[in-house]
Design a protein around this ligand. Structure first.
Ligand SMILES: Nc1nc2c(ncn2[C@@H]2O[C@H](COP(=O)(O)OP(=O)(O)OP(=O)(O)O)[C@@H](O)[C@H]2O)c(=O)[nH]1
Ligand SMILES: [Mg+2]
Length: 378
């Protein structure tokens, strides 16, 4: 390979071709792992170039201009004409254009779904096609919006369920990891001493490859602590690339009004049974989908009690599981955390009723919270 005379995309292509040619086995896994790290590094370099340029040209790779709103944001990702806009219109009060030709939707269209006291923003997006992550169609912009979502709905046409792999591939290529946790790795950079590897769980990657991959990323001195059981070369590369996001997903199989039960069984044999069959157009099973979206977003409800007043049980504050008092403050008002003096908590997260807590106290579902502001704060 004459890598030094090529542009970055050509280099990536050449390395990808080499991986495809290589049979992966014990003897070649080191070589292939290293090639994968090189590709990831080159892609990062390319992204940096692109971002540098868009500052001057007006941002063709930035996302669509749409503001996040509500308690959480869900994006609809699917190929053209699978029924994303029909679904948005069914779930929310929005009126996104629906038509039988491809690429009807040309930008991000928001709608709000009110469900069990929560407000869930749903974003309809243009369809993506194979190659989206490298810039085909509106791919880059769609994927850029998806990065900031709380949940990804992968929408499939009942007659093309196998295209699920295309969606997953394009998301993965753009650094969006579905239903995975970030690998448990800690890297402490040092100035001398080379690379010391501390593996605390059985992993699927040799110490030699770990060191080589680190070097591809320009790290020559560090202490790396790996607690992730079964760590793979891909996961290590994800951790080093640093631009990955980890999001939950749901698979939706649309247009089931066109088939019978037997057909859906066949689909299960192809893509497993981890999907929600619906018809957005004929309104079949849409309520079950709403409930699943709500569950998957993993909300908790916090009942606010004004100082010396009555608890508001009618309209809980809806926030993501794991939220702290600080998160609640930020949700109520931009300046609230600054005006905060202390909180009082009743419920499962409190050691005793009315426990005094600080901003970093983690709340649980159905806690009651009073926020006491600093004297002088409005
Ligand atoms: N039979 C049937 N047709 C549907 C269903 N949902 C959508 N359609 C039809 O499928 C076609 C495409 O629907 P859209 O909602 O525009 O699809 P889209 O995914 O938003 O398409 P793009 O914006 O081009 O990506 C339209 O003719 C819809 O009427 C469904 O549940 N059943
Ligand atoms: Mg559409």
């Amino acid at each position: 390979m004459m890598l030094f005379t090529m542009g970055i995309p050509e280099k990536i292509k050449a390395i990808q071709d080499e991986i495809h040619k290589t049979q992966i086995n014990k003897a070649t896994e080191f070589h292939v792992g290293l090639l994968k790290a090189k590709i990831a590094q080159l892609k990062r370099e390319m992204e940096e170039n692109v971002h540098g340029r868009t500052l001057h040209t007006g941002g063709e790779n930035a996302g669509f201009d749409v503001r996040k709103a509500g308690d959480a944001t869900v994006v609809l990702i699917g190929l053209p004409s699978v029924g994303k806009s029909t679904l948005l219109n069914r779930l929310t009060n929005a009126k996104s254009r629906v038509a039988s030709y491809q690429f009807t939707t040309l930008t991000a269209i928001p709608g709000m779904m009110d469900y069990r006291g929560s407000k869930i923003q749903i974003l309809d997006l243009p369809g993506i096609i194979e190659g989206a992550s490298s810039g085909k169609g509106f791919g880059k912009r769609v994927l850029s919006v998806a990065r900031s979502a709380d949940l990804v709905l992968l929408v499939l046409d009942v007659f093309q369920p196998h295209l699920l792999s295309v969606l997953k591939k394009e998301l993965a290529e753009s650094g969006i990891k579905l239903d995975e946790k970030p690998p448990d790795i800690v890297i402490e950079k040092t100035s001398i001493g080379g690379i010391s590897v501390n593996v605390q769980a059985p992993v699927k990657i040799s110490e030699k490859l770990i060191k080589e991959i680190l070097r591809v990323y320009g790290i020559h001195n560090c202490r790396i602590i790996i607690r992730q059981p079964g760590l793979t070369d891909d996961q290590l590369i994800d951790a080093l690339a640093g631009n990955r996001v980890y999001l939950p997903s749901l698979v939706v199989l649309n247009k089931i009004d066109l088939v019978n039960q037997g057909f859906i069984k066949e689909v299960q044999s192809k893509i497993g049974n981890n999907f929600i069959p619906i018809s957005a157009d004929a309104n079949i099973n849409v309520d079950a989908l709403k409930e699943t979206i709500y569950q998957r977003l993993d909300f908790i409800r916090i009942y606010m009690r004004p100082k010396g007043g009555d608890t508001d049980f009618a309209e809980p504050l809806i926030i993501k599981n794991g939220a702290t008092v600080n998160d609640v403050c930020n949700k109520i008002h931009r300046n609230m955390a600054r005006e905060f003096r202390y909180g009082l908590v009743w419920g499962k997260s409190a050691k005793f009723a009315g426990q005094k807590v600080g901003l970093d106290h983690q709340l649980v579902d159905e806690d009651i919270l009073t926020i006491v502001k600093r004297i002088g704060a409005a």
